[in-house]
Design a protein around this ligand. Sequence first.
Ligand code: AMP
Length: 280
Amino acid sequence: MQERATAALAAGKTISFVPTMGFLHQGHASLLREGRARGDLLVLSIFVNPTQFGVGEDFESYPRDLQRDSETARDNGVDIIFAPTAGEMYPSGYQTYVNVEKVTLPLCGASRPGHFRGVTTVVAKLFNIVKPTYAFFGQKDFQQLVVISRMVRDLNMDVTVVGLPTVREDDGLAMSSRNAYLSPEERLGARCLSRALAAVSELYHAGEVVVERLRAELLRILDSEPLARIDYAEFRDGDSLEEVGLADDRTVVALAVRIGTTRLIDNIMIAGGVTWKEKC
Ligand code: AMP
């Protein structure tokens, strides 16, 4: 992979890179399409990264289908699939980790200790291997996008991070490989996340800015779904991820909710704009 990347760059080509854990869906495809449009060489990585899963999480059961992913890759113009093994990425003796500080503390960082350390480490390694000009990430994992943008700035990595909007099912559920875990009944219950977010955005547009009142509406909708157990439901500044008491157009509303045993995340910019596009 490094030889191919070096040769492409030496020939004056640009490299678009889409890192994933596979089991591709239309959200991943949207990143691939943008990558195809921007760069000369389009690289997709598929790696279920063990270091970003905690003890008791779903590393072993995470869905995998390299055959189907290869077809999706081909349909979206991918030039190279980079799918290393865990042993290749973390050979014996491995001991180097990247840690971004403040923005990894709240939200998923609080519920999943060590998660972002695994994410930033693997993304830094992948950037060194793939040498991308552009790297594409989904706004679906909003905190991850903030964390990676921070790492790229702080460590002077020579890559442009592009954040792209969340692709949703017709009923609003954010597409996710983990949606495959949901039973038909849970799949219906999972609509409460996007519904609650949409209701809060509507209330904001009607003039409500007091977060405690916006939060009450968010919780009312989530609590009315019997299968839902809230992990977090927060209003934060979209850049610093600090908590806010009054919402404004930079406010992100971020949710993590368990539907049965499946933990789903979703978020919106409260103003409803696609503010992450072209952010970095
Ligand atoms: P994953 O395979 O879940 O690690 O995701 C790989 C990339 O795809 C990440 O940048 C995600 O943010 C992005 N992604 C996942 N789901 C969606 C979605 N529904 N819409 C847009 N991007 C997504």
